[in-house]
Design a binder for this molecule. Structure first.
Ligand SMILES: Cc1cc2nc3c(=O)[nH]c(=O)nc-3n(C[C@H](O)[C@H](O)[C@H](O)COP(=O)(O)OP(=O)(O)OC[C@H]3O[C@@H](n4cnc5c(N)ncnc54)[C@H](O)[C@@H]3O)c2cc1C
Length: 405
């Protein structure tokens, strides 16, 4: 087995980003993963922090926060890299770290993110006179009337109209946005014809579920060019076409860059010599296989993806290298009384602690492996859901680890 420059363990947002960045720096990269992670479930927008200006607030975070270790230069470079990779797959993103861009959620509220697919950019609603909200017969979890009712509170001066259209090609069954997106790809003209019947003008916007395919912006462009009104996609309940489009954009880049990508490959343990990882062992039906490399990036996610496990309370584990896992000790500190309280949840801060190079460290700050870097959802020390930093930490840590020599 040839020794790779870099092995990335995990093919979620952080793993894909790390592999793409390293490959674009000329590294020979192998990705080992046994699942697609949470990206196909995610909105496609990348949240960096719940703040008016994420970059200014990131500068004020404490030293032990993952962002403080990653540094603003890497965070900024990561955002630019993602926008570039997506653009190469005809998936334009808008936004910047110094401000937030709104998107319409599946229930008609506005959510603000630093990086947003251009198809979801709700800034464009501001200068419209009339907003059409369009649902489709048979499509689950998209309620045009409820969305209209909630959205009109943000825009009391605008006219709203909601409607439910019957697209025969959707089959009238109970289908998800992901099913619809795949069907729309072969029926763009039928969708365009249906939307033309709204007689919407350039003063209007048409708010729709994200059903314009799972490859870039191709289907939306095909329909948009036939309409005068601006089409704006909402987020949706999982599975999510915009998340899938971003995943496809990364996969396109990895394939073009010659990255070796092994799916259904569960890494079960590391092979180590002192403070060096020399290989990882992949489970196989016949026999275990060792993959050697000079450098390793652990992007296995948190509890959701099996990057962290907890068979007994107060004993969370990292199952591949048995790295120390930080967690708030004591049941009282584990969670707040209310799930949606105004404070971070202790359990959500559980994860691996690193130094500034993202090498895992023990409680005393000693580096455990010099050529292993930890990125994404398995980093500990902050509640990424509460502070709305999950996507930002995933891509920024991945970028920083990939460029670290
Ligand atoms: C429903 C949902 C909606 C979200 N919406 C947003 C949003 O709007 N904005 C935002 O910024 N973020 C959002 N996120 C969060 C964001 O998508 C995640 O933070 C990010 O995907 C974390 O990426 P990750 O790569 O670290 O982990 P994951 O996505 O969990 O990926 C980990 C990968 O590692 C693999 N793996 C685990 N163990 C092994 C092993 N032993 N061997 C090989 N492979 C292994 C897993 O199979 C998986 O592929 C959302 C997440 C979810 C679930």
């Amino acid at each position: 087995m040839k020794t790779a420059d870099l092995i990335v363990i995990g093919g979620g947002l952080a793993g894909l980003m790390a592999a793409s960045v390293a490959a674009s720096h000329g590294q020979k990269v192998t990705v080992l993963t046994y699942g697609s992670g949470s990206l196909p479930l995610a909105s496609g927008a990348i949240d960096f922090l719940d703040a008016l200006a994420p970059d200014a607030s990131i500068k004020r975070l404490p030293d032990n926060h993952p962002y403080s270790k990653i540094g603003l230069n890497n965070i900024d470079a990561a955002a630019k890299f993602l926008v570039d990779i997506a653009a190469q797959a005809n998936l334009p993103y808008v936004g910047r770290l110094s401000a937030q861009t709104p998107v319409v959620t599946a229930v008609g509220t506005l959510k603000f993110s630093a990086l947003v697919p251009e198809s979801m950019n709700a800034t464009r609603l501001a200068d419209k006179k009339k907003i059409f909200v369009v649902g489709f017969k048979g499509l689950k979890d998209f309620y045009a009337q409820m969305i209209t009712s909630n959205l009109s509170r943000y825009f009391p001066d605008k006219e709203f109209e909601f409607t439910k259209r019957d697209l025969k090609f959707l089959g009238g069954r109970d289908i998800t946005c992901m099913d619809a997106a795949q069907l729309v790809t072969d029926n763009e003209q039928a969708l365009a014809n249906e939307l033309k019947q709204l007689h919407a003008t350039e003063d209007d916007a048409i708010v729709l579920p994200p059903i314009f395919g799972i490859m870039g912006n191709f289907s939306r462009s095909a329909v948009q060019t036939q309409l005068r009104a601006d089409i704006i996609e909402t987020t949706c309940l999982p599975p999510s076409p915009p998340g899938m489009r971003l995943q496809r954009a990364f996969m396109k880049h990895l394939q073009a860059s010659g990255v070796r990508f092994f799916e259904n490959s569960k890494v079960v343990r590391g092979v180590t010599q002192g403070r060096k990882v020399t290989g990882v062992v992949v489970e196989s039906a016949v026999r275990e296989k060792i993959f050697p490399a000079k450098k390793f990036i652990l992007a296995t996610g948190g509890f959701y993806s099996g990057g962290l496990t907890m068979r007994e309370f107060d004993n969370p584990r990292e199952p591949i290298f048995d790295l120390p896992v930080y967690f708030p000790e004591g049941a009282d500190n584990w969670s707040n009384k209310e799930l949606f309280s105004g404070e971070p949840q202790g359990f959500a801060t559980t994860g691996i602690i690193t130094n500034d190079k993202l090498n895992p460290v023990d409680a005393a700050g000693n580096v455990i492996f010099d050529n292993l870097h930890v990125v994404g959802a398995n980093l500990g020390g902050c509640d990424k859901i509460f502070e709305r930093s999950a996507g930002g930490i995933a891509i920024a840590s991945a970028y920083a680890a990939a460029v670290e020599s």
